[in-house]
Design a binder for this molecule. Structure first.
Ligand SMILES: Nc1ncnc2c1ncn2[C@@H]1O[C@H](COP(=O)(O)OP(=O)(O)OP(=O)(O)O)[C@@H](O)[C@H]1O
Ligand SMILES: [Mg+2]
Length: 336
């Protein structure tokens, strides 16, 4: 297999203030392959922005390495670093457009910085505005555009220098749900059509589920878990990951604490009779507290949370039934 486009090795970022130091990142190891849409999810203050800013050296790491196409960015000279940075476009939650410039002039800006002749820059910018669906708004100022349109201009600007990677720091957090979906669809389209690797920073599970191939869960400046989305979301192995992937409806204060189990369906066939039969077989009713299952061609993906009956024999039968059908019941420990 080809080498990863981005490899992060034992990355550390320590912020020093007068009389204290904060480790924003510690012992971070990640591999992002060419063509991935790689999600990084974590709570506020987990270190997401610091991590993405270390990837393009907006923030200098205090330890470890960031390899971009095999080259350690921490060791590059100024000129080489500028070149490498051009290969990484970035977009932000607040769009960061230049307010005194039109959409066209915003997209031209990074090209001006590298001395692209004006006509060539305008031609490229026009193509990019077309790509993001804003060909007819080239002359608009940011104040005349909606949030979604501003983010489209920002994406066009980020693509101006032909980057290989698009870094997105909470790019949809200021947008409503349907605008969020359209921006995510655009990022996916750019990934597919132009082969651009995307790194998506978010605190929302739904963003990851919609477009990411891989995800890393970051908590307290460390990677708790990483891998393909289905693996990490449906089979988390650490508490930090479990807390992160648990939907709001399943937060401990919303659930009874006893006898709660989660069943994960990862390509399970003929689900309905299975759950029905399980209930009949144990001879006691059970409450379903949550389910976010999707069915594709008769095969079920997702999870369901149940409260087992208060009856030892019924519970024994349920576990035996689950085992005979290859279902995994995972006990939910509610910590209050
Ligand atoms: N320039 C700085 N100086 C000192 N501490 C910093 C600095 N930047 C970030 N930090 C600290 O590093 C930690 C991680 O911050 P970071 O901005 O990366 O979090 P985040 O996951 O992006 O959060 P959010 O979701 O709120 O954007 C926090 O504890 C923050 O206070
Ligand atoms: Mg942040």
């Amino acid at each position: 297999m080809a080498d990863p486009i981005i490899r992060i090795c034992d990355l550390e970022k320590k912020f020093q203030s007068k009389n204290s130091e904060v480790y924003a990142l510690k012992g971070i190891n990640l591999e992002i392959n060419q063509g991935d849409i790689y999600g990084i999810i974590g709570r506020s203050g987990a270190g997401k922005s610091t991590l993405v800013r270390c990837i393009n050296m907006l923030e200098r790491p205090t330890g470890g390495q960031v390899l971009f196409e095999g080259r350690d960015l921490c060791r590059l000279g100024d000129r080489e670093l500028r070149e490498a940075r051009r290969s990484m476009g970035m977009i932000f939650q607040q769009f960061n457009l230049l307010m005194q410039r039109t959409a066209m002039e915003n997209v031209c800006f990074p090209l001006e910085l590298i001395g692209t002749p004006r006509e060539e820059a305008r031609k490229r910018a026009a193509e990019l505005l077309e790509l993001v669906g804003l060909a007819d708004r080239a002359k608009s100022y940011p104040s005349q555009l909606s949030g979604g349109q501003k983010q489209r201009v920002a994406i066009a600007r980020a693509l101006a220098t032909n980057p290989k990677v698009l870094l997105c720091d909470e790019a949809t957090s200021a947008l409503d749900p349907s605008t969020t979906d359209s921006i995510l669809a655009l990022i996916k389209d750019i990934n597919r059509r132009l082969g651009i690797t995307a790194v998506i920073i978010t605190h929302e599970m739904s963003v990851i589920e919609k477009i990411c191939s891989h995800v890393a869960i970051i908590a307290g400046g460390r990677i708790a878990e990483c891998g393909p989305v289905e693996q990490v979301f449906y089979h988390p192995t650490t508490d930090a990951a479990r807390i992160m992937v648990t939907p709001e409806a399943l937060s401990p204060e919303k659930l009874p604490c006893e006898r709660m189990v989660r069943i994960v369906f990862n390509g399970t066939k003929a689900l309905e009779p299975l759950i029905g039969t399980m209930m009949l077989d144990c001879g006691k009713p059970m409450s379903i507290f949550y389910s976010d299952m999707r069915e594709v061609d008769g095969v079920t993906y997702g999870q369901m949370v149940l409260q087992l009956p208060d009856d030892a024999e019924a519970i024994r039968r349920i576990y035996a039934f689950a085992e005979s059908r290859g279902l995994i019941l995972e006990e939910l420990n509610c910590v209050r």
